[in-house]
Ligand binder design. Structure first.
Ligand SMILES: CC1=C(/C=C/C(C)=C/C=C/C(C)=C/C=O)C(C)(C)CCC1
Ligand SMILES: [Fe+2]
Length: 354
């Protein structure tokens, strides 16, 4: 690329970079915006009395649709980011990290499901917040999310919307799902979580979370060199808060998991490969997503074998929808810990705390 020194070539590369970001941004961001906005509007019109089967559908679909598969390419993340390709050694490394972190955390679920549940919420808070930082910088083009403090604030705000807002807005639903989750190990364990569902605790969460939002966006406003990306950040944050405050949490989390968090990670993953990135540049959707599906298929299938094993091992697992969802969420929790390790490596390469 020695000719990038010529002004014409430089202009060209900048223009191409701009086009790439547009194609990628459309693919990564638009479906989430539309889904969250449309669902908030529909729920405001029809009300929150939505049949459980409909509320559960996106979460159950996430087994094959975007959700679970988004983590099933973890073995390809570091090889692609380093440009080295898959080797027996890198595969063994991934297997080992999954066995140690996932296996260790699975043991904690069996020993103390309530503590494991609280850790799951904190882990998801971090991970879903972490997942929004890269698209904000690279696709939205924000310059105001910077430094350890600014980055941490934005991550806490972004991940806090799905984990904290439903606790304030739908405590009964939140507790019911917590009961399903810990219930697959010990049906009595949910009682230990009761302090989190009191009015005082929820008021505290609302005040702390509200302050985080105001501080993050206020600091961003002061730091922003261009107001358009800041306005997109503020609008996305507002959309997330309104969505999780109005849509019943099972439905909300299922839609967010597929069409917001997972899709953003998948597009980030696709952009690691120059050839796929070029087709995303050209506005392609089906070919890159089909390529992702092929990359994710083997480990999605393998992980489902582990899901069945977990179901058979969990003492409280039954065949009703609540119990099946509980098992699925314990299974996701166990996979999320090693998944966070790989995403954090990718973030480290990209200068997360920059
Ligand atoms: C479903 C649901 C909950 C928890 C969901 C969680 C914690 C999902 C985590 C998914 C992850 C980490 C996916 C990987 O990226 C709550 C908030 C308890 C209550 C309402 C419904
Ligand atoms: Fe993820």
């Amino acid at each position: 690329m020695s000719d990038t020194s010529s002004p014409t070539a430089e202009r060209l590369t900048t223009a191409l970079a701009g086009r790439r970001l547009e194609g990628a941004a459309r693919l990564a961001l638009l479906p989430g915006w539309i889904t969250l906005l449309a669902t908030s509007v529909v729920v405001t019109v029809v009300g929150t009395e939505i049949p459980l089967s409909i509320q559960l559908a996106p979460l159950f679909l996430s087994v094959l649709l975007l959700g679970l598969p988004h983590g099933a390419v973890d073995h390809l993340v570091t090889p692609r980011a380093r440009g080295t390709g898959l080797t027996a050694r890198s595969l063994a490394e991934v297997g080992l990290v999954y066995a140690l972190l996932g296996g260790g955390y699975a043991v904690v679920w069996f020993l103390s499901p309530a503590a494991a549940f609280v850790f799951f919420i904190l882990l998801t808070w971090f991970h879903w917040g972490q997942g929004d930082v890269h698209p904000l910088r690279e696709l939205v083009g924000v310059t105001h999310v910077r430094g350890p403090g600014g980055t941490a604030l934005t991550a806490l705000v972004r991940g806090g919307a799905p984990m904290l807002v439903p606790l304030v807005a739908f405590p009964g639903e939140y507790r019911r799902v917590a009961e399903w989750i810990v219930g697959v190990v010990d049906p009595g364990a949910v009682g230990a979580l009761d302090p989190f569902f009191t009015t005082e605790a929820r008021l505290l969460v609302a005040v702390v979370y509200g302050s985080l939002v105001v501080t993050a966006l206020g600091l961003g406003w002061i730091r922003a060199s261009n107001t358009r990306p800041w306005r997109i950040d503020a609008a996305e944050t507002g959309l997330l808060v309104v969505f999780f405050a109005t849509v019943p949490p099972l439905l909300a989390i299922g839609l967010y998991f597929c069409f917001w968090h997972s899709l953003r990670h998948i597009v980030r993953f696709l952009l690691l490969d120059d050839r796929i990135a070029a087709s995303v540049d050209d506005g392609a959707v089906v070919a890159p997503m089909a390529r992702f599906a092929r990359d994710a298929a083997p480990l999605t299938a393998l992980s489902l074998v582990f899901a069945v094993a977990l179901y058979l091992l969990l003492p409280g697992a039954a065949a009703d929808p609540g119990s099946l969802m509980g098992v699925y969420l314990v299974f996701i929790a166990v996979l999320t810990l090693p998944h966070v390790a790989f995403v954090s490596v990718l973030d480290y390469y990209d200068g997360f705390w920059r």
